[in-house]
Design a protein around this ligand. Sequence first.
Ligand code: AKG
Length: 110
Amino acid sequence: MGSPAAASSLSMLLNFYADGKDSISPHADNEPSLRADAPVLVYSFGGPRDFVMTPFKGGAAENSGTLSIALRGGDFLAMGGACQREFQHAVPKRAHAAPRVSVTVRAHTH
Ligand SMILES: O=C(O)CCC(=O)C(=O)O
């Protein structure tokens, strides 16, 4: 096991979505520099956007289907447990969307 959570450094990333053309393609926050045992936190401000989680093919969650969560301004989402190992997440394009900012927080291994 790594160092205690209190010894980890945290990063905060701001994503700005000006309109529905701005998006984030499917990915997992599974870089080796990120603590796998700490949740990735998402705070959402502004217009609503879909947050879509898709299981990795061949993974333990393969048959669980795609999950789409409508994140609205003021919503908070925590991706913990096996989330980054078993799922990719994305914010897809949509025809119309008000501006949105998300703030994501991650814990690093050092
Ligand atoms: O904007 C969001 O809700 C998701 C952001 C995201 O996936 C990321 O920063 O890696």
